[in-house]
Design a protein around this ligand. Structure first.
Ligand SMILES: Cc1ncc(C[n+]2csc(CCOP(=O)(O)OP(=O)(O)O)c2C)c(N)n1
Ligand SMILES: CC(=O)[C@@H](O)[C@H](O)COP(=O)(O)O
Ligand SMILES: [Mg+2]
Length: 636
């Protein structure tokens, strides 16, 4: 694969709108595929991003744009992490170098970014429902455009996809679903569906089945006593009979496939045929994740979402010596250690073993590790069932995806007071993935749930102690920690559980107090040191540790000692931790002599950009906290 930058005479430089793609010959489309791959690899090597998913659908994207009219037809991508070629071909090639950077192109389709992005996305398995909504709306308006959803085999492991299929099959409106089957989620795809879709069940088996049936039928007059042979042949024939098409046809979809997803000529013919069909149609295409870039083909999991790398080799770019370990890896290692002495521990992921650090657990205790697929709701209820059976399930899910499990946390876990540990990784701002992925709301949407013990560590060593506290607790627990490296503190060999509902005064002061939770404790401490150095003002810092039960008595005491309290969190201010502090102070009549200000995420969706840049912009880093506290102290 040539990974040198494109020249100005490239075919790509002539593509300004999807209509330009329609004018190209098949040969030109193949050349364009090469150029698109070059641009994607070059760009992502600088920006980081979802490389392997996007490389896998270059031909599919070209064939879709060649066959459908994007001025009226609507294309809905599932997750949207594979839509880089689509962005390039729909008028965004000249801005593609800004991918995932602050103020630049989003890593996902976004309605506000382009009229060609029919539906915004980032979380998986929404495409069929969204496309059906678009198709239903079209029919109500008596319009005639086509609506196409493209969904991956991994995303088909979520119940939501079947809710969409079920409704679509019952409605008979025109809708095309393209199943992009690369046998991969981020890791190897899991569950019964993935084997059902597997390459063994391809069309050639249908042909074989027909031959088998023919031969059996020919043999019928002679069957006589030879029932055994007949039964054996029937069994073989029935095995062949089960094709992926049966599943989708049961949902009343017209099934076409499977087809080679890298053959533009064949795909365009199929799409021309699709345009002649009415009602729901499912086209099954087989693709290779990372196609055309050997490092990504060989390691699609690593290149699913990758940081900066050398395009020639695929090797990660090194930026100085490695810093502190990530919260994720400390969590993973500590859990492995605890599971050695507690056989009740079962680790559960919803299709993200590497991202959540549970890959370490999977290697150490494969029989106690479960990847349920992309189904966060099921993961939590499944854990509740295990807990009811005496186990200690630990469910690690990114904060943003835990949003899907709200009812399961309330109804299946907390209402029954079951000892499930919910680990919310990526709590707070995640950076380049942006608003679909920031863990901005968990403190708000979980802090009011009865029975739940809810903690957020100030550093990676405290995460260890909180995990141990959770595993000893006879009820539901949630832990929330951020994306990225820890603070760099020494880790515990034998972490001790924490006293419940108590925070820690990490620095004393005279002029005011900063109450911080989780990842904001460390910058708050640095801010207090800076303030003292620059102004001589002495500010105390309290690490609140618990969101629920909140450290009520300690907070009331602090409000008695200090006339100014700044509460800092990396969560939306609406209903967040600071709101909880205000509630307890109000309930204890402790606000009379203490003014409280809050610092957190604004009432809106925070855009994408580097974590560091976003925190600086929102005043949530050391400088921002220091400035806010100084302003507060200076105010009357
Ligand atoms: C609700 C939700 N859970 C988890 C994820 C994280 N995630 C993003 S892509 C992906 C795998 C998707 O697999 P598939 O649909 O087959 O697409 P592929 O990457 O293979 O192209 C996962 C688990 C997500 N985006 N949304
Ligand atoms: C598309 C998606 O949802 C994931 O691939 C996500 O981008 C992973 O994020 P991390 O890089 O934080 O693991
Ligand atoms: Mg896949």
């Amino acid at each position: 694969m040539d990974v040198t930058p494109l020249t100005q005479n490239s075919l790509l430089s002539r593509i300004k709108t999807p209509a330009d793609v329609q004018r190209l010959s098949l040969q030109e489309l193949s050349q364009l595929a090469v150029e698109i791959r070059q641009l994607i690899i070059q760009t992502v090597s600088h920006t980081g991003g979802h490389l392997a998913p996007s490389l896998g659908v270059v031909e599919l994207t070209l064939a879709l744009l060649k066959s459908f009219d994007l001025e009226s037809d609507k294309l809905v991508w599932d997750v949207g992490h594979q839509a880089y070629a689509y962005k390039i071909l729909t008028g965004r090639a000249d801005r593609f170098n800004t991918l995932r950077t602050q103020g630049g192109l989003s890593g996902f389709p976004k309605r506000s970014e382009s009229p060609y992005d029919a539906f915004g996305v980032g979380h998986s398995s929404t495409s069929i429902s969204a496309a059906l909504g678009l198709a239903y709306g079209r029919d109500l308006k008596k319009e005639h455009n086509r609506v196409i959803a493209v969904i991956g085999d991994g995303s088909m492991t979520a119940g939501l996809a079947y809710e969409g299929l079920n409704q679509a099959g019952g409605l008979h409106g025109d809708l095309t679903v393209i199943l992009n089957d690369n046998e991969m989620s981020i890791s190897k795809n899991v569950g019964a569906l993935s084997s059902f879709l597997s390459r063994n069940l391809t069309k050639k088996w249908v042909v074989q089945f027909k031959k088998d049936v023919e031969s059996i039928l020919k043999a019928v007059p002679k069957i006589g006593g030879d029932l055994a042979t007949y039964a054996r042949k029937s069994e073989e024939a029935f095995k062949h009979f089960f094709t992926p098409g049966m599943l989708f046809e049961a949902f009343r979809f017209n099934y076409l496939g499977p087809f080679d997803g890298h053959n533009i000529e064949q795909l365009t013919k199929v799409f021309e045929q699709v345009k002649t069909l009415s009602g729901p149609v499912l086209v099954h295409v087989l693709t290779k994740k990372g196609k055309g870039y050997t490092p990504a083909e060989n390691n699609p999991t690593y290149f699913h979402g990758v940081g900066c790398f050398e395009p020639e080799t695929g090797l990660a770019k090194k930026f100085g010596p490695c810093g502190a370990p990530s919260y994720t890896s400390v969590f993973g290692k500590t859990l492995v250690k605890e599971a050695k002495t507690d056989e009740r521990i079962v680790a559960i992921t919803a299709a993200m073993p590497e991202g959540t650090g549970l890959d370490q657990f999977a290697s150490a205790y494969p029989e106690r590790f479960v990847d349920v697929g992309i189904c966060e709701q099921h993961a939590v209820t499944f854990a509740a069932g295990l807990a009811a059976e005496g186990f200690r399930p630990v469910v690690a899910i990114y904060s943003t995806f835990m949003q899907r499990s709200y009812d399961q946390i309330v109804h299946d876990v907390c209402l029954q007071n079951l000892p499930v540990t919910l680990c919310l990784d990526r709590g707070g701002l995640v950076g380049e993935d942006g608003p679909t992925h920031h863990g901005a709301f968990d403190l708000s949407f979980m802090r009011h749930i009865p029975n739940l013990l809810f903690m957020a560590p100030a550093d990676e060593a405290e995460l260890q102690r909180m995990l141990v506290t959770a595993l000893k607790h006879e009820g539901p627990v949630a832990l929330r920690y951020p994306r990225g490296a820890g603070v760099g503190v020494e880790l515990h060999d034998a972490p001790e559980p924490l006293p419940l509902g108590l925070g820690e005064l990490v620095r004393d002061g005279e002029d005011g107090v900063i109450v911080a939770i989780g990842s904001r404790v460390h910058p708050a401490r640095l801010a207090a040191e800076k303030l003292e150095k620059e102004t001589g003002k002495k500010v105390a810092v309290f690490n609140a540790r618990f969101i629920r039960p909140i450290a009520e008595q300690q907070l009331v005491e602090l409000a008695g000692r200090f006339s100014k309290m700044l509460v800092v969190e990396e969560n939306v201010l609406k209903g967040g931790f600071g709101a909880g502090v205000l509630e307890v102070l109000a309930d204890n009549d402790a606000l009379e002599h203490c003014r409280v200000h809050r610092l957190g995420l604004p009432d809106g969706f925070v855009e994408h950009g580097k974590q560091k840049e976003l925190r600086a912009k929102l005043g949530l880093d050391m400088n921002g906290i220091c400035a806010k506290m100084q302003e507060f102290l200076d105010a009357e």
